[in-house]
Design a protein around this ligand. Structure first.
Ligand SMILES: Cc1cc2nc3c(=O)[nH]c(=O)nc-3n(C[C@H](O)[C@H](O)[C@H](O)COP(=O)(O)OP(=O)(O)OC[C@H]3O[C@@H](n4cnc5c(N)ncnc54)[C@H](O)[C@@H]3O)c2cc1C
Length: 409
């Protein structure tokens, strides 16, 4: 069977590896950390997966946490106003629940599953220099090593597809436990200085909530650089709620940090890269997941996109049959993925900009017209719906005129 090498045991690499292994491919995954180290390590993501990505995991039989993970059944939205009460707010049920299972749980369990299926898991951090040796061993080498600059030279920035050159948000995430006065779903708050969300998660510590703040750089929510530990993070989060989301001021009053490791600070530069890299020998390697396309997590798309990438690449590999995995194949595999990823990327990049009038009008109408709220909330599940709607002010206003005629009284 054909020999495939994958650098990186994350949401993208492992879903592809397990999918290919189930079809009998000879698959090797290079993981920089053991399953035990991943599980014992710090927080890495907030990983809310919507229905299509969850379905992919179910198809592969690797949805080990259905029934244990708290369902994310609703989206509650509110925007800050002049006073304590939000200027607008609505909540809507998702047609099919989303779910957030801690990536430390997923990755460590999937590493074991991959090996159980006969996959070759090698504990090794692969450097750019090592790729040459790896490329000689495999018919196809895929780099799914997450975001960051380590493979910058190999997969340069695609300027046409990357509108930002700097991080657009200062991010602070904390896992908390306790009594939370929250909806059983995703709570999302918008303010001129940034966003916050609250989400139930099945973490390595069991069911918890993740609370995240996305502050505009240099603004009053860009506060995480000086925060040293979970207790300071918790107090800072409460201050931010009081200052910028006053209707949620007491949200964390009866909650507490889960453990000293359960926090995450950072900034992410959104980037789309040229996905086909050329090694000094002329051998080609293919980027996947965050290595190919990194979006700001504010749109909750990255892990969902990684699952889509795994499906797109698997289909391309299977269709290739016994023909070579050459440059043409690699461009085709990425193009299949980009057909979806471009929507998620556009949607997320637009979320980072101040909301234009037609988006504010839509969010406002959503309070009175459940269909509008429903349509907006389901963009997170299927951002392809954004293009012919909110990406186009005329289409957005036309829909409001039609939709606004059906308010709930
Ligand atoms: C704060 C935050 C919140 C987020 N929230 C969401 C959300 O709600 N919904 C959502 O869909 N997405 C979310 N994301 C994004 C999501 O986590 C990523 O997009 C997703 O994990 C990407 O998967 P990946 O497999 O491409 O990369 P990763 O998950 O980063 O996996 C890459 C793997 O490769 C390994 N690796 C790296 N370098 C090497 C090397 N040189 N050799 C060998 N192994 C290597 C790493 O250890 C890692 O295990 C969030 C991200 C962050 C930071």
């Amino acid at each position: 069977m054909r020999r495939i090498g994958i650098v990186g045991a994350g949401q993208a690499g492992l879903v592809l590896a397990i999918g290919l292994r189930r079809l009998g491919y000879d698959v090797t995954v290079f993981a920089e950390r053991s399953a035990a180290d991943v599980r014992a390590g710090g927080l890495v993501s907030n990983q809310c997966l919507f229905h299509p990505a969850l379905e992919r995991e179910r198809e592969l039989g690797i949805n080990f946490w259905d029934g244990q993970a708290p369902p994310v059944g609703e989206v509650a939205f509110a925007a800050a106003g002049e006073g304590v009460e939000p200027s607008m707010s609505w909540r809507v049920a998702l047609d099919r629940p989303a779910q957030s299972v801690d990536q430390r749980v997923k990755v460590s369990d999937w590493m074991a599953e991959f090996e159980r299926l006969g996959g070759d898991l090698r504990l090794r951090r692969v450097t750019p220099d090592d790729l040459e040796e790896c490329a000689r061993e495999f018919e196809l080498l895929i780099v799914a090593a997450g975001r960051g600059p380590q493979f910058d030279a190999l997969f340069p920035r695609d300027d046409e597809r990357s509108p930002y050159r700097e991080p657009q948000r200062a991010i602070g995430i904390l896992y908390v436990a306790g009594t939370l006065d929250a909806v059983p779903g995703l709570t999302f708050g918008m303010a001129p200085v940034g966003e916050f969300f609250l989400l139930p998660v099945l973490s390595v510590h069991g069911p918890v909530h993740g609370i995240g703040f996305f502050g505009l750089p240099g603004g009053p929510m860009d506060v995480w650089d000086d925060v040293a530990d979970v207790d300071q993070h918790y107090e800072t989060a409460r201050k931010l709620l009081r200052a910028h989301y006053p209707w949620q001021a007491g949200l964390l009053d009866h909650a507490h940090p889960v453990a000293p490791t359960e926090l995450l600070h950072g900034r992410i530069t959104p980037i789309v890269r040229h996905p086909v890299g050329t090694l000094p020998s002329g051998a080609k390697v293919l980027a996947m997941g965050d290595t190919a396309v990194t979006n700001d997590p504010v749109g909750g798309q990255g892990a969902n996109m990684a699952a889509r990438a795994a499906r797109a690449y698997q289909e391309a590999i299977v269709e290739r049959a016994d023909r070579p995995f050459d440059q043409e194949f690699m461009h085709d595999a990425f193009a299949r993925y980009w057909r979806h990823a471009r929507h998620a990327t556009r949607f997320t990049n637009d979320l980072l900009a101040p909301p234009p009038e037609h988006v504010l009008a839509t969010l406002d109408t959503a309070q009175r017209v459940p269909e509008v709220a429903h349509r907006f909330a389901h963009l997170f599940e299927n951002p392809a719906g954004y293009e012919g709607w909110l990406a186009d002010p005329q289409a957005a206003y036309a829909y409001l005129e039609e939709g606004a005629a059906r308010p709930v009284t």
